[in-house]
Design a binder for this molecule. Structure first.
Ligand SMILES: [Zn+2]
Length: 219
């Protein structure tokens, strides 16, 4: 999860639809603006170019019980179907981090071990960071729940592939510290808009002394 810049004004249809009894928060202008603002990347797992994008409510509207939340532009997020369904649990109802307002990288360590994701709040008393880290782990790590496991496993494989791409380019830059070509590739890999950016950026942050020339790309 990385910081996302939400654009304003809110899509016009939200105001219009909120006045209808069966209004929709998924009109084309909302979809377009969300997809662009979030760079077509799930805000929870950071998969890119989603096949199954969904409009996710940061704070649940409970089938319209909280009508204002349903059409509130600040409450709408771009997510994949998998993360949306995993997040649909009571423990996440009180609110995970709002990545449009707060930089998740400042409060969570996004790390990966050989066979699991290990996201941890930097401060264990920071409740929303703790809950968010738990959610990130949950969407990547297997739990023996059948079909859902295929999707968590697939995400973990995609993350592994992207991390390997980073490691390969880091090997290259060690061999050719001034290669503009490799630096350009690393810059692209470390952009917030890229897939699984939080994990790649965290790796660079933790190995900053080995790659001082990359520091500028994670600021
Ligand atoms: Zn996702």
């Amino acid at each position: 999860m990385v910081k996302v810049k939400r654009t304003f004004p809110a899509p016009a249809s939200l105001e219009i639809e909120s006045k209808k009894r069966t209004g929709s928060y998924e009109k084309p202008d909302v979809i377009r603006q969300l997809r662009d603002d979030f760079h077509n990347k799930c805000y929870i797992c950071e998969m890119k170019n989603l096949q199954d994008p969904e409009v996710e409510h940061l704070l649940p509207h409970k089938n319209g019980k909280y009508w204002d939340r349903k059409f509130d532009w600040n409450n709408l997020f771009w997510s994949c179907g998998h993360c949306n369904s995993v997040k649909n649990q009571k423990k996440y109802d009180m609110g995970i981090i709002d990545c449009c307002k707060l930089d998740p990288e400042k409060v969570i360590f996004f790390r990966m071990t050989e066979n699991a994701v290990a996201a941890d709040a930097k401060n264990e008393n920071d409740v929303s960071a703790v809950v968010t880290a738990e959610l990130v782990c949950e969407v990547f790590n297997k739990k023996n729940t059948g079909l859902r496991d295929c999707k968590t496993e697939m995400r973990f494989q995609e993350l592994t592939r992207e991390m390997n791409l980073l490691y390969d380019n880091l090997e290259e830059i060690k061999k050719h510290p001034d290669s503009k070509f490799v630096l350009r590739k690393l810059k692209a890999l470390l952009r917030r808009e890229s897939a699984f950016a939080a994990f790649k950026r965290e790796y660079i942050r933790e190995h900053a002394e080995r790659f001082p020339q990359l520091r500028q790309y994670i600021e």
